[in-house]
Design a binder for this molecule. Structure first.
Ligand SMILES: Cc1ncc(COP(=O)(O)O)c(C=O)c1O
Length: 346
């Protein structure tokens, strides 16, 4: 049967741009997707082995996980909803609340893809030249939007918002989303503000600090009224049983997570200094560092590193900014040393 999809597809879908994930090649050092290369706590593998015996059952431990997350975040289970990674959380918020969405540039590319896939307008304002947050311009533009979305620490720049800045945004009274995917590498969360602001939605994930990117577990922290609304939209079993067991096990050994995060923060400073000796480099509160490698071309730098079996992220040129950007994730200490060796030859 021939099928002319063009008559049936939502007209804006063919024009969407696709997300490009970081390359993974066996035997290479991957510093391209901001993962935690130390891997998860050993208890996780044990929990997954046990969970294999129960895969005939639908996942049934969501409440248990929400309770544990609530303890970890010093809030209540009613303030939590889980999702299939933060990516599902973003989608869920955009499905539930009215756009347009306002974010900034550069930031995590999926925001634009998810909002536009739903037919919502996606607005962005450029960060300042040094990638700091232009609060006044953002507030001015916020009049055109209904969802105000900020990423802190921001991917790919590594910068954070201050509480004072976030309060100013929240005072606009609009649906306000803070993506805290990398918060463990920064240390301070905006979660306590949820008690004060019913319009605040915080997105968190197990993909980064907890090293569970492959299992897809994220969660949202917000006022219980918002959580109930999101729950109407969320597919009931989007977080699978393995993911739940892994997240529970990871939360049982927070010390392990904190140790690996501690090592990465220490190494981040070492990588920052080394990169800064060579390139314009931006301070990061996350597990990655952004560098402007110009006058070299980002493409050439990434290719030379790839020849040495090191994968970093080529971010090229951003609209509105001059430069050639490369983002380097912080790996294990051993991997970081390999990167520093390779850096000498660039
Ligand atoms: C800022 C930000 N938010 C969300 C995500 C997606 O996280 P998850 O793996 O939980 O879907 C990423 C992934 O890189 C990210 O950088």
């Amino acid at each position: 049967m021939k099928y002319d999809y063009s008559k049936n597809v939502k007209p804006w879908i063919p024009g969407l741009c696709c997300y490009t994930p970081g390359k993974t090649i066996k035997g290479y050092v991957k510093l391209a997707s901001n993962e935690n290369n130390y891997g998860p706590a050993p208890k996780v593998a044990e929990a997954l082995r046990k969970a294999a015996g129960e895969i005939n059952l639908y996942p049934y431990k969501d409440l248990e996980l929400r309770k544990k997350i609530a303890e970890y975040c010093n809030t209540a289970p009613e303030n939590i909803i889980t999702g299939n990674g933060s990516d599902e959380s973003i989608d869920l918020v955009f499905k539930t609340f009215k756009g347009p969405v306002l974010s900034f540039n550069p930031t995590y590319a999926e925001y634009g893809i998810f909002s536009e896939a739903l037919g919502e307008k996606y607005l962005q304002i450029d960060l300042e030249k040094d990638f700091s947050f232009p609060l006044e311009r953002y507030l001015k533009e916020s009049r055109k939007a209904n969802i105000l979305l900020v990423c802190s620490p921001n991917n790919p720049t590594g910068g954070v918002l201050t509480e004072k800045e976030l309060r100013r945004i929240l005072e606009e009274g609009k649906t306000t989303v803070v993506d805290e995917a990398y918060v463990e590498f920064h240390g301070t969360s905006f979660t306590p503000l949820v008690k004060e602001y019913e319009n605040l939605i915080i997105l968190r994930t197990f993909s980064k600090a907890f090293a569970l990117a492959g299992l897809r577990v994220g969660y949202i922290i917000a006022d219980p009224k918002i959580i109930k609304l999101l729950d109407r939209v969320k597919p009931p079993f989007s977080v699978n049983a393995f993911a739940i067991e892994a997240a529970l096990a990871a939360l049982e050994d927070k010390r392990y997570m904190r140790e690996t995060v501690g090592k990465m923060i220490k190494d981040r400073e070492m990588l920052y200094k080394a990169l800064k000796n060579k390139y314009a480099t931006y301070p990061s509160e996350s597990n990655f560092i952004l560098a402007d490698v110009s006058p070299q071309r980002s493409e050439d730098v990434c290719r030379k590193l790839l020849d040495k079996k090191i994968i970093v992220r080529d971010l090229g040129k951003y609209p509105g900014f001059s430069g050639e950007y490369v983002r380097v994730s912080v790996g294990t200490t051993e991997e970081n040393k390999k990167f520093l060796e390779a850096l000498k030859d660039l």
